[in-house]
Design a protein around this ligand. Structure first.
Ligand code: ATP
Length: 298
């Protein structure tokens, strides 16, 4: 009987909120086309917490069997190291991140964490060990606090505040009318690209993940924001194993190794200096981006 007394317009609002929340979750995890067959093996084991070394071993993958995306990709991200993947749009960079998070399973080869094939790990332990800073951060129509706590919904307030601080949000939050309780999202305060990214970093850091996946936004940024992002990335990655999907080469100049992917294959790898010295793919991409940056600023 109680339901009958609820005004219809209230139900309409609830329905819209619910739909929005589901859409946000789907967008956030890129779940719209995810293969739902990824499941725990009957004898799956938990990934133990602590430093994590990641290995891609002859990884082959296709979303559609008629079109291979990765053609045998091999690389290591040693525990605590930062490895960046660069390459043209569509070369398969983000696919590597999706496979590591096990949104999909590889079709050949393996991805291993501390020597264990991730298909033999429980998804919950694997995903608890990985923090993702996605390309497009979805902000829920709720408070800033809620938006950060979303990274680990049972986290106590002090930890949410510490994560915000680590992501350098404290000063920004102090200037907001309602501080942490300010509403953000489409129907609240609109955050800039850089601020949204810091929320995403805070969310990811709240999990204290041993592995950080940083999927850099493609949108063009001015050089000041670009430098700030580079600094944020390096701070967040310190002491963790980091896989950075980069669009701007200047943000990953200091990576321990840079992998250049082209049409699903590694065509070059090395440090920034070594790749520049080779004078091939990476050096060409670097020269082009420098030129674009000069034109953009000039
Ligand atoms: P960008 O730099 O533009 O982000 P990327 O190198 O990260 O690109 P991926 O997102 O890994 O590229 O995509 C590699 C290829 O796989 C692209 O051709 C893309 O169209 C295709 N692809 C990506 N996601 C899916 C999907 N869910 N279903 C089918 N094809 C997909």
């Amino acid at each position: 009987m109680l339901q009958l007394s609820i005004p219809l317009n209230f139900l309409g609002v609830m329905y819209r909120e619910l739909r929005q929340a589901l859409t946000d979750i789907e967008r956030m995890f890129g779940l719209l086309h995810v293969n739902q067959e990824v499941a725990d093996a009957p004898d799956a084991r938990a990934l133990l917490p602590g430093p994590a070394a990641v290995r891609f071993e002859a990884v082959r993958f296709a979303y559609d069997p008629k079109r291979a995306i990765l053609h045998g990709v091999d690389f290591d991200v040693p525990a605590g190291a930062t490895v960046a993947v660069v390459g043209h749009s569509g070369s398969g960079k983000s696919t590597l991140a999706r496979l590591l998070y096990r949104f999909y399973d590889v079709q050949d080869g393996a991805i291993k964490v501390n020597g264990q094939d991730i298909r033999g790990l429980t998804q919950s332990s694997l995903r608890a060990a990985i923090g993702i800073v996605p390309q497009d951060t979805v902000l829920f129509n709720d408070t800033l606090f809620y938006n950060i706590q979303y990274g680990r919904p049972d986290a106590p307030r002090e930890e949410v505040e510490a994560a915000a601080d680590a992501a350098q949000l404290t000063d920004f939050i102090a200037r907001l009318p309602d501080g942490f309780d300010t509403r953000v999202g489409e129907r609240g305060l609109k955050l800039s690209g850089g601020e949204k990214q810091r929320v995403a970093i805070a969310r990811a850091l709240l999990k204290n993940p041993s592995i950080l996946i940083f999927d850099e936004a493609t949108s063009a940024l001015d050089s000041k924001t670009e430098k700030a992002i580079q600094a944020q990335l390096e701070r967040a990655a310190a002491g963790r194993t980091a896989l950075v999907i980069a669009h701007r080469l200047s943000t990953v100049m200091n990576a321990d190794e840079i992998i250049v992917l082209d049409q699903g294959q590694i065509v070059e790898r090395g440090t920034h200096a070594a790749l520049l010295a080779r004078g091939e793919h990476y050096a060409r991409m670097w020269a082009l981006q420098q030129q674009e940056a000069e034109q953009g600023e000039g």
